[in-house]
Design a protein around this ligand. Sequence first.
Ligand code: NFE
Ligand code: MG
Length: 505
Amino acid sequence: MTEVVIEPVTRIEGHLSVKIKVEEGKVVDAYTVGELWRGLERIVLGRDPRDAPVILARICGVCHETHNIASVHAIESAVGFTPPDNAMRIRNIIECIQEMWDHVAHLTVLAGPDYAVYGLAGKHCLKLKQPPWAPPSSTKSANTSTPCLELDLDRYYALLHKVVLLFQKLCHEAMAIFGGRVPFHTTILPGGVTVTPLPSDLARAYAKMREARSLINEVYDYVWNVFVPHMIDEHPEVVDLLTNIGVGVRNFLAYGVCPVPEENYDPFIKGGVIIGGSKMDVNFDEIVEYVKHSYYTEASGGKPSKAPPPEPFYDKPGAYSWIKAPRYRGEPCEVGPLARMLINQKYKPLSKHGASLLDRILARLEEAKLFSEAILDWILSVVPKATVYDPKFEIKDGEGFGTWEPPRGALLHFIRIRGGKTAAYQCVVPTTWNCSPRDDVGKRGPMEEALINTPVPFSAEGVHEERYDVINAVRIVRSFDPCLACSVHLITPKGEISRISISPL
Ligand code: NFE
Ligand code: MG
């Protein structure tokens, strides 16, 4: 048995190290290692609760609006407050744009190159006289397990320039209309939002989002009508591989997102849990964070509403990650687009296992398309002069959960307010679920489980770890779109850092 360390994992957010054990060309065990801790849940303690959404939004510069909203929801739930409908609509629009922006960045820039960016999709780049996936041009690529997925860099740059950057610009411009700026909008706060869009603002946002939708549709249609059929016909072995690896725990969790006032406040994406094939409603009481293999004191684990602030334990025996291990009824759960699309029956997996590497990627594309359609209705539903903030909102003692569904999955914030100050705070974040280490009974986290059985052939080239072709293992890791800054939430007021990230990037 050989241990191969993939470190740092590139084209993800943050510092993740993946250790795999390889026997007879396959992964037989895996460890995902979150390499930093930031203590943001401690920073908010003792402050005015209204500081929390502003501070906690800074957990991450990728999902820069989501921790803000989850925190606002936690506070509103703790004091028993429901925001005005128009505020809800504007919050939904901001979320929707975040979701699309992030999914497209992942599909084209972070994960995309692993799949030759789906044959470089879209009419801007695909007036093709030759197959978009060039034949393998070097001995090295011919030796990899998926030689047909070679990236043509000239076309890739064209795709980035003509489609991806344009799309990102449209999203940021539209979000700034409602949020004031991107990243870290200045709009959403307990009680509502602070923006009162004019009809001309709504018209500008609509036009931008209509153009964004047509770009997503172009890529979507190309992937489903050209790329996937071509791969099935011409490279069935690749499809076979990509649908048989990265299967994972097959338990899924979502809290739901975007309550639609026009639909009786039903969330646009509904929540639920699927465990062992059975679907059920979410009960927050079933969520427990385990810390046996995490660099925290034993007391730091437990139910989010009961656990004390996380206390680091740098040299804890048996620990290997700064990420905790959340479990639902003791089970590890995958969160993210595949979980949401399956729970909402909006995506039919290609894999006979019900989940796979390829399904995780395609479900993300499916969700981006869904959001790109919904947002147009939501912009139209904003009532220009209707109230967006209820001055009756006030801070009072209580406790509550706030949920949201950022791009990477189910997000939970918990707050306890005592004497008008934040007395307890916990964030259980999407990548904490997906990249969790083993729990107290030794069950692997979702990404660790998804890596089991992945082919990692020995290659004659390279030195040390590079002698192993880990492309498919890395594809699986990226398919979860991990975000380490989110998953481990560094404060050392006196500069006492005794352990730092070992990743060079
Ligand atoms: Ni830092 Fe985030 C998202 C949240 S996830 S990107 O999506 O919440 O770990
Ligand atoms: Mg936490």
